[in-house]
Design a protein around this ligand. Structure first.
Ligand code: GDP
Length: 199
């Protein structure tokens, strides 16, 4: 698959506004700075699509992009800022739970985690929600250009093992090393989006 057309569709904070118009959607989630905006822009061949402000304390929204007039790519707010208050963290968790409960056409979740690091508690929480709502997920191991080619597989396996050991879920999932800077993983990730949004 190729993304021929991608445009910003809408932003929202509350469940009431989700399009839910029958088009399938795929959500992207990850800790802030993991490379989510860069990856979305890389997939869409558009350097400016996901430019959203990422400063701590700013209202963070759920952003919908319409892709090829066929499905929504949903950019969930980056999480894991060190300095957010407990109340902000709870509001994020609330927002995510509402999202999962309300997004009737959500077909898959792409969780981004830096290939060099262990997934965070928040990453594991996202995976738990996906599993709870029976949403298939793929882990995109970002910034794969930062590790030697010969070690990428090893890093990806280490991450898969960490997730399997730290979560009691019985869902199969894929791990895909990606890099927007090194232009890696695009075809495979687009293939996944195509498969998950297809009939
Ligand atoms: P977001 O907060 O998850 O949307 O992350 P951004 O896409 O804004 O990227 C955060 C930082 O990581 C920026 O400085 C990017 O230049 C850098 N970055 C993003 N993707 C890559 C990548 O594939 N490789 C490397 N080396 N750096 C990246």
């Amino acid at each position: 698959m190729e993304i021929k057309k991608a445009s910003f569709y809408t932003s929202m904070k509350h469940a009431d506004g989700y399009p839910n118009d029958g088009k399938p959607e795929i959500a992207f989630a990850g800790k802030s700075n993991v490379g989510k905006s860069s990856l979305i822009n890389f997939l869409a061949n558009n350097g400016k699509l996901a430019y959203v402000s990422k400063q701590p304390g700013k209202t963070r929204l759920i952003n919908y992009f319409l892709v090829n007039e066929a499905f929504y790519l949903v950019d969930l707010p980056g999480y894991g800022f060190a300095r957010v208050s407990k109340a902000e963290k709870e509001s994020w968790a609330d927002m995510m739970e509402h999202y999962f409960a309300a997004a009737k056409f959500l077909r898959a979740l792409v969780i981004l985690a830096d290939i060099r690091h262990e997934p965070t508690e928040d990453d594991l929480q996202m995976i738990k929600w996906a599993a709870h709502f029976k949403i298939p997920f793929l882990v995109a191991a970002t910034k794969a250009d930062k590790v030697a080619k010969s070690k990428r597989y090893h890093y990806a396996m280490k991450m898969a093992k960490y997730i399997a050991e730290n979560l009691d879920i019985d869902t199969d999932f894929e791990i895909l090393p990606v890099s927007s800077a090194g232009k890696m993983g695009k075809e495979k990730l687009l293939g996944y989006l195509e498969k998950m949004t297809g009939p």
